[in-house]
Design a protein around this ligand. Structure first.
Ligand SMILES: [Zn+2]
Length: 263
């Protein structure tokens, strides 16, 4: 992962992904207060500021905000295949799908797949052989529901992709020293992924709490499904509140980062 700085704007790119993409930070936008400054979700922010923020980030990476496609993220494992006529949904017009989709895939050009995060992991995928991309929102619930392996399977089924050709990147998200959960959460991980035991440590100060390495679990899901090209950021959003919106720190009074990717 590499940080790009253009004046006040700062965002990250992944060097194993060769199409237009970024993971934003909160730096370089025009929003104010709890949304300062590069808020890319509407939330309670002024619409004109969010649109301006999209102009800033989209022009930096060479895409059009009119081509973005958002879905409602609901911490499930639903995957939608995006088409050209989905462009603009979310930012400029209604999201027509009533269901939530935490992952979007496409093999069509100039659709900017958009995912949101403020502690959750976003996984970026690009297959340069079959020309396909994906963005996948994998918070803990979707991780337990195996959304990442399901996206790989969907890319195989829809576009003929093969895991060994798919380049993946794991965004900044809440890190293993900060992602404290109750035992009922860590038990869900172990129940569906016995290997998760290797990524869970007890809280030394509170016997009922555990820490989960979400970056590690998701990388393992990718590797177990045949992916070898993985850029795992391992950067913690909660440890860097000056750079990232963190749900754990700010609650609902916050903006959102976004991951964008487009063929
Ligand atoms: Zn941290």
């Amino acid at each position: 992962m590499k940080k790009i700085k253009k004046d006040k704007l700062e965002y990250y790119i992944f060097e194993n992904i060769s199409v237009r993409h970024c993971f934003s930070t909160r730096l370089g936008g025009v929003s104010e207060g709890v949304h300062a400054s590069l808020n890319l979700g509407f939330r309670e922010d002024k619409r004109e500021n969010v649109l301006k923020n999209y102009d800033i980030i989209c022009s930096a990476i060479g895409v059009e905000k009119e081509n973005t496609f958002w879905t409602k993220q609901v911490h499930e494992d639903n995957i939608v295949v995006a088409h050209k006529d989905d462009r603009g949904k979310g930012l400029l017009r209604e999201r027509t799908v009533p269901e939530g989709y935490d992952a979007i895939i496409t093999n069509e050009k100039d659709i900017v797949l958009t995912g949101f995060s403020a502690d959750c992991v976003l996984v970026f995928m690009h297959d340069p052989v079959q020309n396909a991309v994906a963005i996948c929102h994998s918070g803990w619930r979707s991780t337990v529901k195996q959304i990442v392996p399901k996206v790989l399977n969907k890319m195989k089924k829809e576009f003929g992709c093969e895991s060994r050709n798919i380049h993946c990147a794991i965004s900044p998200a809440i890190g293993k020293e900060c992602f404290q959960v109750g035992e009922e959460v860590s038990d869900e991980f172990i129940k569906v992924m016995p290997f998760a035991l290797e990524y869970i440590v007890p809280d030394a100060e509170n016997g009922e709490k555990r820490y989960i390495d979400l970056h590690g679990v998701i990388e393992r899901q990718l590797r177990e499904n045949g992916v070898t090209s993985i850029d795992n950021s391992r950067l913690c959003t909660m440890c860097h509140p000056e750079e990232f919106f963190s749900h754990r720190i700010m609650g609902n009074e916050r903006g959102s980062m976004a991951g964008l990717i487009s063929l």
